[in-house]
Design a protein around this ligand. Structure first.
Ligand code: GDP
Length: 444
C-alpha cells in the first residue's frame, strides 16, 4: 500500500512523544529530525520538507495548550494539521459550467493512466450525479488508445466520439463537442495524447485543443509511482496549460507517497481524485485531512465516525454495552450487532479505517469473509427463540437440527457457538475492566 514506510517512520517518530507528561525542546528537535528524514525518504520535495519542519517546530515549541490533550498528542495534532495543509486542506470539486456540457480536458504523460481515468471519471459522474457523459478520443497517434477508449465506452454504455483517419485533433474536438451539444450530454471528457516526456509539439497541440474546447476543467493525470519527478512534470504542464487540478493514479501501488505530499505545495494545484486500482470503480475523491490521518496511522477515523454517525444508533450501542457488562448478551443481540455493522459497508473497508488496523503489516492480508457472516446469520436464524436467548441449551441434538436447518456443516455450527461463548465471556471481562485474558480472544 502507498505510504506504508512513511507511515511507519512517522508513527515511530511520534510514538516517542506520546505518553510524556512534559516535552522538552530536545524531544521536539529529535522528533523533527525523524520526521524530516521520513519525508525526504518518501521522496517529498526538499523545499516542501524544509518549510514543513519549520512550521512544526514553531508550532510545537509555542504549543497552543489544550487541556484535553497531552503534550505528545498536541504535537501529533500539529503534524496532522500541517500534513493536511500540505496536501491542500479540503476536498476540491470539479468546476461546473453554467450551461451544459461541463467540459473536462484530460492531459498527462503516456502510461500515467489517462485513458483509464477518463473511464473512471465518466463512471463516477454517472453513479454520483446520474450524469450522461460523452467521451472524445483525442489521442490520434496511438490507434490502441482509441480502441481502449471505445472499449471503456462500450463497457459503461457511454458514447465515444472518434474520426477515423483524421489527424487534426482540434478539429476532432470541435466536431465532438458539437455532437455532444446536439445530444444535450451534461459532461464531455476529452482524452488527449500523451508522450513519454513533455515535448513542444504535444504542448502546442494541447494549447490548441484548450483554445477550441474552452474546458471548465483541465485535469492533469499524474502517476504517483513516479515520486517526486511527478512534481516537475506537473509544473511543466501547468506552466503551459494552467491546469485546474490533478488526478493522482496508482496510489494502490507501492509508492513512497512523495508525489501526493508535494504536488499541491509545489504547483498550488489541488488533487481532486486518486486512482486506487485498474477497475473503472477505483477512483476516489481526495480528502487531504483523511489522507493525513491515514498516513499518521490514525486510520481514516473521520470517515469511520461519519459512517458510524449515519448508520449507528448510539443508544442501541449503550444498551448492548450494558448487556455485555451484565453478561446477558445473547444471539439476538449478536445478530443485531452484525447487521448494524454490515449496514456500514463492506467489513474489510471498515477495518482498514480503524487505527492500529490500517498500516499494520501483520494484518496486511487480513480479510473478512462475507460468506462466513452469511453462514453465521443462517445458523442463528435456525435457532429457536429460547436457544437464541440461552446458548447453554444448545446440546448436540439441537446443534444437528440447526446444521440441517441452516445448511451449514455441523463443525461450523460448533465452532461458531464456541466462539460466541468465548467472545461473550471476554466481553464481559473487558467491560468490567479485566483485560488479563484478552489475548486469548479468538482472532486477537
Ligand atoms: P495512458 O497512456 O495515460 O492513457 O494510460 P492508460 O490508461 O492506458 O493506463 C496505463 C496502465 O496503468 C494500464 O495498465 C492501467 O490499467 C493502469 N492504471 C491506470 N490507473 C491505475 C491505478 O489507479 N492503479 C493501478 N494499479 N493501475 C492503473
Amino acid at each position: 500500500m502507498a505510504f506504508e514506510n512513511l507511515s511507519e517512520r512517522l508513527q515511530k517518530a511520534l510514538r516517542n512523544l506520546t505518553g510524556k507528561g512534559k516535552i522538552s525542546e530536545e524531544d521536539i528537535n529529535a522528533a523533527s529530525r525523524e520526521i524530516r528524514l521520513a519525508l525526504l525518504e518518501a521522496d517529498v520535495n526538499f523545499k516542501v520538507v524544509k518549510d514543513f519542519i519549520k512550521t512544526i517546530k514553531k508550532r510545537a515549541l509555542g504549543a497552543e495548550v489544550q487541556e484535553s490533550l497531552t503534550p505528545g498528542q498536541q504535537v501529533i495534532k500539529i503534524v496532522d494539521e500541517e500534513l493536511t495543509k500540505m496536501m491542500g486542506e479540503t476536498a476540491v470539486p470539479l468546476n461546473k459550467a453554467p450551461h451544459v456540457p461541463t467540459i473536462i480536458m484530460m492531459v498527462g504523460l503516456q502510461g500515467t493512466g489517462k485513458t483509464t481515468t477518463v473511464g473512471k471519471l465518466a463512471n463516477r459522474l454517472m453513479k454520483t450525479e446520474n450524469a450522461r457523459p460523452f467521451l472524445i478520443a483525442g489521442d490520434v497517434y496511438r490507434p490502441a488508445a482509441i480502441d481502449q477508449l471505445k472499449q471503456i465506452g462500450d463497457q459503461l454504455k457511454v458514447p465515444v466520439y472518434t474520426e477515423p483517419g483524421e489527424k487534426n485533433v482540434p478539429k476532432i474536438v470541435e466536431d465532438g463537442l458539437a455532437e455532444a451539444k446536439k445530444h444535450h450530454n451534461d459532461y464531455v471528457i476529452i482524452d488527449t495524447a500523451g508522450r513519454l516526456e513533455i515535448d513542444e509539439p504535444l504542448m502546442k497541440e494541447l494549447e490548441e485543443v484548450k483554445a477550441v474546447a474552452h474546458p471548465d476543467n483541465i485535469l492533469l493525470v499524474v502517476d504517483a509511482m513516479t515520486g517526486q519527478a511527478a512534481t516537475g512534470v506537473a509544473k511543466g504542464f501547468d506552466d503551459r496549460l494552467d491546469v485546474t487540478g490533478v488526478i493522482l493514479t496508482k496510489l494502490d501501488g507501492d509508492t513512497r507517497g512523495g508525489a501526493a505530499l508535494s504536488i499541491r505545495a509545489v504547483t498550488g494545484k489541488p488533487i481532486l481524485f486518486t486512482g486506487q486500482g485498474e477497475k473503472l470503480t477505483d477512483l476516489d475523491v481526495f480528502h487531504p485531512d483523511r489522507m493525513a490521518s491515514r498516513i499518521l496511522g490514525m486510520g481514516d477515523m473521520l470517515s469511520l465516525i461519519e459512517k458510524a454517525q449515519q448508520d449507528y444508533d448510539a443508544k442501541e450501542a449503550e444498551k448492548v454495552a450494558e448487556k455485555m457488562r451484565a453478561n446477558t448478551f445473547d444471539f439476538n443481540d449478536f445478530i443485531d450487532q452484525l447487521e448494524q455493522v454490515q449496514k456500514m459497508g463492506p467489513l474489510d473497508e471498515i477495518m482498514k479505517m480503524i487505527p492500529g488496523f490500517a498500516n499494520n503489516p501483520q494484518l496486511k492480508n487480513f480479510s473478512i469473509d462475507e460468506k462466513q457472516i452469511a453462514h453465521t446469520k443462517a445458523i442463528v436464524y435456525s435457532m429457536t427463540p429460547e436457544e437464541r436467548e440461552n446458548e447453554n441449551l444448545l446440546n448436540p441434538s439441537r446443534r444437528r437440527r440447526i446444521a440441517a436447518g441452516s445448511g451449514v456443516p455441523i463443525v461450523e455450527v460448533n465452532r461458531m457457538i464456541k466462539e460466541f461463548k468465548t467472545a461473550k465471556e471476554m466481553m464481559s471481562k473487558v467491560t468490567k475492566g479485566n483485560f488479563k485474558d484478552l489475548q486469548n480472544l479468538p482472532g486477537m
